[in-house]
Design a protein around this ligand. Sequence first.
Ligand code: SF4
Ligand code: SF4
Length: 134
Amino acid sequence: MQSKTVQSDDLFKCTMCGDCCKGYGGTFVTREDIEAIAGYIKADHESFILKYCEMSGGKPVLAQGKNGYCVFWDKICTIHPVKPHMCRQWPFIKSVLADTDNWYVMAGQCPGIRTDVPANLIRKCVELELSKSG
Ligand code: SF4
Ligand code: SF4
């Protein structure tokens, strides 16, 4: 793989397995996330937080259903067009820049992440993706 042509698609393709939507992972939702999701499902801000969120460290995270999955998981992400920033960013996240070993650790939990890629290319791609998202 040539470093100049590395793209996010080269490093990650979501298999839609849903593994990252299960378990108490703490999917934090920002105010913008809440506005977008509440608008999408036609709920108001307050009732959205009461019905679909739990608090973690004083901040709202998406709640889980009895099956252990995110409340918005139903074989697919049912809020895909407005899913939280955290979900959209994965796996191009800041902690990979802090230590690229985190990429390989994350790959152990996410089958969409490629590991046969040198760390310098992973870093470049994560930097690029983070710069796009501001
Ligand atoms: S664990 Fe990875 S491959 Fe599976 S749904 Fe989540 S992001 Fe996609
Ligand atoms: S919002 Fe969608 S992508 Fe994010 S954890 Fe819930 S079901 Fe998964």
